[in-house]
Design a protein. Structure first.
Length: 277
């Protein structure tokens, strides 16, 4: 038996070590021109990047530069049409805002009423306290805490030096309050006893509610007058059609009517609370 001869490019294998894979390799060795002919690939040419075509690192543009670039290169967006005379005559935003402010003031004043003789502690918190003779003032809420227990109000002052100025401010207010204290056990606490409600205090509170209602109605009336003047000016300048003026006038009256109804509803509810207290 002849010794196996190593083919060019293949290792010499002993016959006993030939496996199925080795047999396949021998077959391939006989036809290596078809199976193992190397394929030559052309090496990619190196990419040469010239400095002239390289990107520069630029400083971040400011807002003004961005706006200028946008105006120069960006396509124009849809133009916003200015308000026409017709749009202006149907604009009741100022009227509605003034009516809302009048209602908010009314609600705030009604909340501070002494309901049937029961004192609202928030009135104390809004009092101005003169801290020294130089005229330095502060709100009571910044100097003390107001605590209500039934018909007794405790004013707990943060600093002992402020007890006397706080007591003087309460005495000088228009609410007929007489603070008591402080005591050795509570050197920073003032006590106020609220008298029970009487018929006179109820009538006074209801009268105050009526005055607040008139103030709110007058504010709504002034807001309507301002809107009416604007519409009248546009009518004289012939900036709006008569039909639009007539429709806008009706809408204005509707806005005013709803505002007055809201004032009446709020005041009537407050009066019922005051009368039943």
């Amino acid at each position: 038996m002849s010794r196996p001869v190593a083919s060019r490019g293949f290792p010499l294998l002993a016959p006993r070590h030939l496996t199925r894979s080795s047999t396949v390799c021998r077959i391939c060795a006989q036809h290596r021109s078809a199976c193992f002919t190397p394929t030559l690939h052309k090496a990619p040419e190196p990419v040469t990047r010239h400095f002239a075509s390289s990107a520069f690192l630029l400083k971040k543009a400011g807002k003004k530069a961005r706006d200028t670039a946008k105006s120069d290169s960006s396509p124009p967006g849809p133009a916003v049409a200015p308000n026409t005379a017709t749009d202006e005559i149907y604009d009741f935003s100022v009227l509605e805002s003034n009516i809302l402010k009048a209602i908010e003031r009314l609600t705030h004043k009604l909340s501070e009423l002494r309901a049937g003789g029961r004192f609202n502690p928030s009135i104390l918190e809004s009092l101005k306290v003169q801290l020294d003779k130089g005229g330095a003032n502060a709100k009571l809420r910044d100097l003390a805490q107001v605590v209500t227990r039934g018909r007794t109000i405790s004013v707990i002052v943060g600093e002992e030096d402020h007890v006397r100025p706080v007591s003087s401010a309460i005495l000088a207010s228009a609410h007929s309050l007489n603070p008591q204290g402080p005591s050795p056990d509570a050197p920073t606490t003032l006590t106020i006893q609220i008298p029970p409600p009487t018929g006179e205090s109820r009538r006074a509170a209801i009268e105050d509610a009526r005055k607040f209602s008139e103030e709110a109605t007058a504010a709504i009336r002034a807001a309507r007058q301002t809107q009416h003047k604007k519409m009248r000016s546009m009518e004289l300048e012939k900036r709006a059609r008569p039909d639009d003026l007539q429709k806008a006038h009706k809408q204005m009256e509707e806005v005013v009517r709803k505002g007055n109804e809201e004032v009446k509803r709020i005041v009537d509810g407050a009066k019922r609370v005051l009368e039943s207290a």
